[in-house]
Ligand binder design. Structure first.
Ligand code: CU
Length: 486
């Protein structure tokens, strides 16, 4: 009866769905997984096969790590859409919190193939019961209690008499005593039931996922970050319900495309200053970042981490930055831009390069998986030929709603965590040839002048899309605006 809000659970902020672009054997798939807002709950899966027809698609849920990763349940057959023969849909139960994968087995004209899509499951905040429903249920409950007491009383007073005979005073007394005793017992049961109900509700509320807020402080131009773990304390109180591997710890971070922490800073509300940095770990949840020359202002902060269980989290924060006291060069994979001009089509890069969003005229809609395609052109307007890998991939994108309440860090393979994707491939039931094929497709190098990101906006509103690519040794940021209609 605790209805749950379809809020974001984890992984990204306000963007709970998982989008995946990858290969199952020879078949190119675009997969959308909508995890349930409540655990246990039903995840909805959509699989679109590109360019070929498949004869059969099977889906099954598996844990990402631990014993459960080795025990595959019987797969469900995904249903082919009546109107679109390349679209398959299915539903899967996710029985516990933590990191899961959706294993996909396909069969088609070129034989069989497998893919695994890592997802994260966590209950979001719970909602109180509606008042009207509460009043209705209380009324019905009262009717049951009164009826039960009356039946017990009548059974002990009138039921033993012949028809037409009135009960004697002693029978009446006996009936009254038993009625009173029954009423007392039933009221005690109702009161105990209420205790049980309240305890269970607060237990459920404690197990709902809380968005972690990273603690930020600034000393000169060094930003100090302290990751928080608001879910650990509450999740740990119920060890019987949570396998140990579902515990969230901050000492178990794994590298996700080369870094344990991907830090995004965006100046609000203009969003003209955007930075993607990689702080150094000091110890455990403490990190520090020497800031480059950021323009002063109020910044929204998003810190992406992945636990070694494959459970991704984004910690959020806000900070006011003064004008940088000294110039520190950007190092390694750190990149950003101080004065971006957002466009709905063409973003100017340095050296006369341009990034062009290849979009059609159709309005953007929420909850729809689409490919965001960006073409990089050189100063002559020709497709760029000098694109390089940036942290192992052709590009990195951040989708941020203008109020800062939606944030997703997306790659050419989708909005799944890349580190979790490696776990999903590594511990799967698939043979190594399919796995390696899947991975190479996932990490497809920056061979062309185009970079694509599969994603769907979670809600209507105005968004900024920041797209980062690398060419001629330099990391560039394109900035785009997108209006998502109601
Ligand atoms: Cu990235």
């Amino acid at each position: 009866m605790l209805l749950l809000l379809p809020l974001s659970a984890s992984a990204h902020v306000g963007s709970p769905d998982f989008y995946y672009d990858g290969y199952a054997g020879p078949y190119h798939l675009l997969v959308t997984v909508r995890p349930p807002a409540v655990i246990p709950g039903i995840a909805e899966i959509q699989i679109r096969v590109i360019s070929t027809q498949l004869s059969r698609v099977e889906i099954l849920p598996m844990r990402l790590v631990g014993q459960g990763a080795k025990l595959a349940p019987t797969p469900d057959v995904a249903e082919r859409s009546g109107s679109d023969p390349q679209l398959f849909t299915g539903k899967l139960w996710l029985m516990s919190r933590g990191s899961w994968k959706v294993q996909i087995n396909v069969e088609g004209p070129q034989g069989k193939g497998e893919a695994a899509v890592p997802i994260a499951a966590a209950s979001a905040a719970s909602l109180r019961m509606q008042k009207s429903l509460g009043i209705l249920l209380a009324g019905l409950g009262l009717l049951l209690v009164v009826g039960l007491v009356g039946i017990i009383g009548a059974a002990n007073r009138d039921a033993v008499l012949e028809p037409g005979v009135t009960p004697s005073p002693s029978q009446r007394r006996r009936g009254s005593i038993i009625t009173a005793a029954a009423a007392t017992v039933i009221v005690i049961v109702v009161v105990l039931g209420n205790f049980w109900w309240t305890a269970d509700a607060s237990h459920t509320a404690k197990l709902s996922y809380k968005l972690p807020h990273v603690q930020l402080s600034l000393a000169a131009n060094v930003l100090q970050l302290s990751l928080q773990n608001p879910n650990d304390v509450n999740w740990r109180q119920y060890p019987s319900e949570l396998e140990d591997l579902d515990r969230i710890r901050l000492t178990d971070l794994m590298e996700d495309h080369r870094h344990k922490l991907h830090l995004f800073l965006v100046r609000m509300p203009d969003m003209t200053s955007f930075w993607h940095l990689h702080p150094n770990q000091e110890n455990g949840p403490e990190f520090f970042q020497v800031l480059p020359m950021l323009p002063a202002g109020h910044y929204r902060v998003f810190a992406d981490i992945v636990h070694k269980t494959g459970f991704p989290e984004t910690q959020v924060g806000e900070i006011d930055l003064p004008a940088a006291p000294q110039t520190t060069p950007l190092l390694g994979d750190d990149a950003g831009a101080a004065q971006l001009t957002a466009s709905d089509k063409i973003s100017q890069l340095s050296d006369g390069y341009r990034m062009v969003w290849e979009r059609d005229s159709a309005p953007l809609k929420a909850n729809q998986a689409i490919w965001f395609r960006f073409r990089i052109e050189d100063s002559k307007g020709l497709p760029a030929t000098d694109l390089e890998d940036y942290m192992g991939m052709a590009g990195h994108a951040a989708f941020i709603r203008d109020d800062g309440r939606v944030f997703a860090h997306v790659h050419p393979a989708g909005s799944i965590s890349m580190a979790a994707a490696e776990l999903a491939q590594g511990e799967g039931t698939s043979d190594s040839s399919t796995s390696s094929k899947g991975m190479s497709a996932m990490n497809h190098a920056a061979a062309s002048a185009e970079v694509t990101f599969p994603y769907g906006f979670p809600s209507p509103g105005d968004y900024h899309i920041f797209v980062q690519i690398k060419h001629a040794g330099r990391i560039e940021t394109g900035s785009f605006i997108a209006h998502v209609a109601n």
